[in-house]
Design a protein around this ligand. Structure first.
Ligand code: GLN
Length: 487
């Protein structure tokens, strides 16, 4: 029966619909699995077992009485803890929001529910989504199911670990600078960051809102298409949401890359890229070539400045977004009264935020302050425009760009905690897509030293179909690696 948990969502749904297994039975299995492995993995901050079983029974009743059910009927979804869930606490892995229970659902959560998905819990993450390892969590780190001494990536590490360790079938994360693609790559999963504006951010607790998108983490490309189709779509509660019509990525699950031109920017294989990672990624590119695609190595010089510009823009936006946590309106508040407003404000923030969040608020405040604004923030925005233009130009000659998702293999816990810059460097290949607003996918493409490696494809805005086609073709044609879960 535990192999039920190994099935992708698309296969499980037909079993549930055909009443070969009940949603209740399957959801109970998920919780049995959680009970068994969660102590070692720590993927979740909050579990919602009672609500989940109720929802599963509701789905079963609908099926038994021949009523129509949604496209995610009965499927267990883990939701990152920065996405608001009505009546279920949403902490952002921060002391600041430790006891915050939203009075409303994020749009994506409404959409999940309307398609009969079952939300099984809220997942661990780096505090306020700032990090690449899920170690900056108020609740302690999450571990990589393929090697418990290593990180699952971040900041959506809990979502990835939950799917990889078979606790959940699907998961949602958020990707501001790679937070879905990084953990997908480190946990041998698929992570798809959609075009900016395709998925509503209403109810996503903001870190850097001009960069982020809620994004799926799944076992396979078909599930990523299925979940994106559910969460994408116009929402007038998010002013940056774009009306691109109905998402139907599942139609593009075809094995066909004939004639597809792939650009491979050398900058993505630069200094700091692990040789083994490069090798595995190149093998995948060669495989696509065997299947009818072609590749050309190119230079995109602006990319050398992407990481610096990302960290200036992201921290600037963060410093402004996080100004709302004053301990007065909601979230954490120290008991002591009697201080003047400004002292109380500082005391609450000093105690409510973790070290990495404070570092980013200070960096961002500095970059935005008078005298430095032109030197940092404005310059970073200019670089962002140049990157966007350079990519637009490249996409005139290529359908896709390919790169490693992560420059290195999953690293050991604490390995990169000493030096924040080392942690920031991990994002060098993922931030580009967020700066340009283009869609990008990470798909497993092999392993090295017993650890997973992901390849990343980027496409022009709203061309998720190309990502799905290339990723699906690769997934169907690469020889499965013999990676083993260590739980
Ligand atoms: N690691 C990057 C950062 O810390 C990306 C985070 C994210 O995508 N949320 O900013």
């Amino acid at each position: 029966m535990s192999d039920l948990l190994e099935l992708p969502a698309s296969r499980l749904i037909s079993k549930i619909r055909a009443q070969e297994v009940s949603a209740e039975e399957y959801i109970s299995k998920c919780y049995e699995r959680i009970e068994k492995v969660e102590k070692r993995i720590h993927a979740f901050i909050t579990l919602t077992e009672k609500m989940a079983l109720e929802k599963a029974r509701e789905v079963d009743a609908k099926i038994r009485s021949n009523r129509s059910v949604g496209s995610l009927a009965g499927i267990a979804v883990a939701v990152k803890d920065n996405i608001c869930t009505l009546g279920v606490r949403t902490t952002c892995a921060s002391k600041m929001l430790e006891s915050f229970t939203p009075p409303y659902d994020a749009t994506v959560v409404e959409r999940l529910k309307s398609q009969d998905a079952v939300i099984i819990g809220k997942t661990n993450m780096d505090e306020f989504a700032m990090g690449s390892s899920t170690e900056h969590s108020r609740f302690g780190p999450t571990r990589n199911p393929y090697d418990l001494s290593r990180v699952p990536g971040g900041s959506s590490g809990g979502s990835a670990a939950a799917v990889a360790s078979l606790e959940a079938t699907l998961a949602l994360g958020s990707d501001t600078g790679g937070s879905v693609r990084c953990p997908a790559s480190f946990c041998n999963l698929v992570g798809l960051k959609p075009t900016y504006g395709l998925v509503s951010r209403y109810g996503l607790i903001a870190y850097a809102n001009s960069l982020e998108q809620i994004s799926p983490i799944t076992k396979c490309v078909a599930d990523a298409a299925l979940l994106t189709d559910v969460i994408a779509g116009h929402d007038n509660r998010d002013s940056t949401s774009i009306d691109a019509g109905r998402s139907s990525l599942s139609r593009h699950l075809v094995e066909n890359v004939a004639g597809m031109r792939i650009g491979v920017p050398q900058e993505f294989f630069g200094r700091g890229t692990d040789r083994d990672v490069s090798k595995v990624v190149w093998k995948a590119i060669t495989k696509l070539e065997e299947l009818g695609a072609s590749h050309t190595e190119i230079k995109l010089e602006c990319l050398d400045y992407a990481l610096a510009s990302y960290y200036i823009i992201a921290t600037s936006e963060a410093s402004s977004n996080l100004a709302r946590y004053d301990g007065l309106r909601y979230g954490f508040r120290l008991e002591d009264d009697g201080y003047d407003w400004s002292t109380a404000f500082s005391r609450n923030r000093r105690s409510g935020f973790g070290a990495e969040v404070k570092r980013r608020i200070m960096l961002g405040t500095f970059a935005l302050s008078a005298g430095y604004y032109d030197e940092y923030y404005l310059k970073a925005q200019r670089v962002r425009t140049l990157i966007r233009q350079e990519l637009e130009k490249a996409f005139k000659s290529f359908e896709l760009l390919a790169a490693p998702t992560m420059p290195i293999l999953p690293f050991r816990l604490k390995e990169k905690l000493r030096d924040p810059l080392e942690m920031y460097m991990c994002d060098v290949d993922t931030v580009v897509a967020n700066l340009a607003g283009i869609p990008a996918i990470s798909v497993p493409c092999g392993s090295s030293r017993g650890l997973p490696v992901g390849i990343q494809f980027m496409a022009p805005v709203f061309r998720e179909d190309l990502l799905i086609r290339a990723a699906y073709t690769l997934e169907q044609n690469l020889v499965q690696t013999s990676l083993k879960l260590k739980i």
